[in-house]
Design a protein. Structure first.
Length: 383
């Protein structure tokens, strides 16, 4: 995909139609300090604000991490868009015609690599999904998913797939589509052979869960091993597309339900999100193999007033709850905790007692943070 050069007049119109204070204000709580507005930076983790917006100049700048620019840069950065994608989205929002067709100056190399990676991820997701549903290789994976209560509806909804055991199933597929395999390695789909003679698939013998950006594009994968083997869960590495500290699994699908209810349910893993979805929980999201960060919390705040934390019932999960609460509260969310009995995680609870019981007995009756802390304290003292 190549971009036509975007006319300056379109960029100017987009800048005019999006006030930076209003746009940034959807993500960051800003307070006025003379000529500046100040807030906690959404791009790095901090406790005292070093993120500033200057309305007069319509720019933002962070003295902590150095990020800065105009409102288009801000949207590109926070939504994970390339510059042209941000212009296009913002132009559409403002009703500015986007059919620019000036002679192409070609995309910048960075934007072009990102586009290639996005395209490869979309294709890989469809490829894995096809292999799961339609080939003999996918049969064992299908049987496993069914045994875990994940039927075809969920498989389709979450575009679950299967990466076969062979060394180069995806590598060959991408090669046949003329992708640069070196770039695919940087994007986390392939791994370089140790002797430097080529590339192999990063994910093999795994059930594949696409991970989407906020605007619903596949940008990474989580893979669960089929059968025994290590590691049990393997995620894409950090890549130009995939920033774990900012991304929440299922956010693009959950956003409408989060907005409608004003509530987000936070899980620890994608299996929990998927199983909860089968219980009618459409506002669930999960972090991807990391603890919740201030960036995650900031991303939720424009959409929700309330967060219900639903982490594993074991000691590690409960410790994680304690660490997560202040981050969400600092972002301005009301927080409560859904308790799971017997050290179960949400996925296991649903397997054992069913989806209805999960909603009825845990999510509908979350406890306050104060009560959670008392229960936690009692457990840690007396056990
Ligand atoms: Zn910063």
């Amino acid at each position: 995909m190549t971009y036509a050069r975007i006319p300056e007049s379109v960029i100017a119109a987009v800048l005019r139609s999006h006030d930076i204070v209003e746009t940034v204000g959807k993500y960051v709580h800003l307070t006025k300090h003379g000529k500046y507005m100040k807030g906690l930076c959404p791009f790095h983790s901090e406790k005292t604000p070093s993120f500033t917006v200057t309305p007069e100049k319509q720019i933002f700048h962070c003295y902590g991490c150095g990020k800065g620019g105009d409102v288009i840069r801000f949207v590109a950065e926070i939504e994970g868009y390339s510059f042209p994608e941000a212009v296009k989205t913002m132009a559409e929002q403002a009703g500015i015609p986007v059919s620019w067709s000036a002679p192409s100056a070609g995309p910048s190399p960075v934007d072009s690599a990102r586009d290639k990676l996005r395209e490869a991820h979309e294709l890989a997701a469809k490829f894995y999904h096809y292999l799961l549903l339609n080939t003999a290789q996918g049969r064992e994976a299908m049987a496993y998913l069914r045994s875990r209560g994940i039927g075809e509806k969920l498989i389709d909804r979450f575009v679950i797939g299967y990466a076969p055991k062979g060394w180069d199933t995806l590598a060959k597929f991408l090669e046949s589509r003329k992708f640069d395999l070196g770039l695919m390695e940087k994007g986390g789909l392939l791994a370089a052979k140790q002797d430097g003679s080529g590339f192999v698939d990063r994910f093999r013998g795994r059930i594949m869960f696409p991970i989407w950006s906020r605007d619903g594009k596949v940008i990474a994968f989580g893979g669960r091993i089929l059968g025994d083997g290590q590691p049990k869960y393997l995620n894409s590495p950090e890549t130009p597309l995939f920033a774990k500290s900012r991304l929440l699994y299922n956010f693009h699908q959950a956003r409408p339900a989060i907005r409608k209810s004003g509530t987000v349910v936070l899980f620890e893993g994608y299996m929990d999100v998927i199983k909860a979805w089968s219980a009618g929980v459409a506002n669930g999201v999960a972090t991807m193999g990391t603890a919740l960060t201030p960036e995650h919390a900031a991303a939720l705040r424009p959409h929700a007033d309330e967060a219900i934390i639903c982490y594993d019932g074991d000691a590690a999960g409960q410790n994680a709850v304690l660490k997560t609460v202040p981050l969400l509260e600092r972002a301005g969310l009301r927080v409560s905790v859904a308790m799971l009995p017997g050290g179960l995680d949400p996925d296991e609870f649903i397997d054992k007692y069913g989806p209805e019981a999960f909603v009825r007995e845990t999510l509908e009756h979350p406890v306050s943070v104060t009560k959670f802390k008392l229960i936690y304290l009692r457990k840690t003292i007396y056990s």
